[in-house]
Design a protein around this ligand. Structure first.
Ligand SMILES: NC(=O)c1ccc[n+]([C@@H]2O[C@H](COP(=O)([O-])OP(=O)(O)OC[C@H]3O[C@@H](n4cnc5c(N)ncnc54)[C@H](OP(=O)(O)O)[C@@H]3O)[C@@H](O)[C@H]2O)c1
Length: 246
């Protein structure tokens, strides 16, 4: 997401820099943040950690948010944007999803930062279907739990982030975005696998087996947005047909 946001900002004529470990900026240790933020009007946090463990997730998101906020205060940054997930703060949802406990800690840090902050919460992205397919694939099969959600194209989320950046400190404290309709992520992974096999010879079709996990609220409706959350109209099928560009 960070890369998408930087590209969109540049395209809109803004000066925009990517800061990550690949350019020796580490938000976990704080190294390089002062230099990266010098002269910035706004900072967008699109950090990610690959863990399902609550302890590791809370440690990462809380520590990085603390460092980003301190460096932003020192640099006189006027507006922060933090990318988060719809319903991540719901205890019914995050009690089984350690990652979301980290996102909760991150949101809380930003909300108490003393700097005007916009929390951008999105539902799961269409791109997640492909990531799951790759992670859960064993040769010709992939085994993926059923997961009810209302996914959205990552590009639509990037546009929302950019609109918050452009509003600056006047932007709302919280904005949310969902996709057009509830879907099962395992079904999307199945469709994605078929599509990839047609388009790419080197990506043979994986047969997707899906299974329910009863009792896990996060997979059984807990991630669906509340009524009133704005939606982007692009469907998964339209996104697939258009070469995954929303
Ligand atoms: N996937 C979804 O469906 C979804 C939906 C809603 C919200 N979100 C949220 O969106 C956020 C971004 O997700 P993503 O999929 O875009 O993540 P991603 O592709 O894994 O990218 C994460 C970025 O963070 C950088 N990074 C990681 N650790 C860092 C550190 N210690 N210091 C500086 N940079 C660091 C990485 O670059 P380097 O490796 O170069 O450091 C990379 O540029 C996450 O917080 C996620 O929870 C995701």
């Amino acid at each position: 997401m960070g890369g998408r946001v930087v590209q969109l900002l540049l395209k809109a004529g803004h000066e925009s820099v990517a800061a990550s470990r690949s350019v020796e900026v580490d938000a976990y240790t704080g190294i390089g943040l002062n230099e990266a933020f010098a002269g910035a009007d706004g900072v967008v946090d699109c950090l990610n950690v690959n863990t399902a463990r609550a302890k590791a997730s809370v440690d990462f998101y809380d520590t990085t948010a603390r460092h980003v906020i301190s460096a932003a205060q020192r640099a006189g940054v006027g507006h922060l944007v933090c990318l988060s997930i719809v319903n991540a703060r719901n205890p019914q949802v995050n009690k089984h999803m350690g990652l979301y406990q980290g996102k909760t800690a991150q949101e809380e840090r930003y909300q108490n930062s003393g700097i005007p902050t916009t929390i951008v919460r999105s539902t799961q992205w269409f791109e997640l279907a492909e990531q799951l397919l790759d992670q859960m694939r064993i040769g010709p099969v992939a085994v993926i739990p059923r997961m009810q959600c209302q996914p959205v194209a990552a590009d639509a989320v990037a546009r929302l982030i950019v609109s918050a950046v452009e509003l600056g400190p006047e932007a709302p404290a919280k904005v949310e975005l969902a996709g057009p309709e509830p879907r099962d992520l395992a079904t999307l992974a199945r469709l994605m696998s078929r599509r990839n096999a047609v388009l790419h010879e080197h990506r043979p079709h994986a047969r997707v087996f899906s299974f329910p996990i009863p009792g896990m609220h996060a997979l059984n409706g807990g991630l669906l947005p509340n009524a009133g959350v704005p939606t982007d109209p692009t469907t998964f099928e339209e996104w697939l047909l258009n070469g995954k560009i929303a």
